[in-house]
Write a protein that binds this ligand. Sequence first.
Ligand SMILES: [Fe+2]
Length: 135
Amino acid sequence: MPDRRTFLKSSLAAAAAALMGTGSAEAADSSLMGSVIYTAEHPGKWTQKEGSHAPVITVEGGKVKVQTNHPMTEKHFIVRHTLVLADGVVLGSRTFTAKDPEAVSTYELPKGYSGVLLATSFCNLHDFWLTETKI
Ligand SMILES: [Fe+2]
C-alpha cells in the first residue's frame, strides 16, 4: 500500500497530467473531475463538502494566500496545500498537522506573473481538491 507521500505525489501527477496541453482545469479530462480530483463545480461524492474543502485563492501584491476553510482536529484535518502555475511548475507547498490552527499557506508569485494558478488541498478524509483562478 502506498504511503501518504506517494499518494500525494501521484495525485498531483494525475492533476498535472489532466492539465497538460490545456493549462486549464476546465478542459481537463472530465472523468477525473468529481471522481479523482474534486472541485467546487465537481464535488462528486463529496457534494456539500465543497465549501470546507475547495481551497480559496487570494492574490494581493505579488503574494498568494491559499486557505481551506476546514476544521483542524486530530481525526480530521487538511494535510497539504500546493500552488501550481499553468505550466505545471509547483510554486510551493505546505504540509499541515492536526495541531495547526488553520489550513493557510502563502506563496510568492514570480515577478510579473499572469495566468492560471492552481491550488490543491488534500483532506485526510475527503480527498484531493483543486481550485483554479486566473490573474
Ligand atoms: Fe474533510
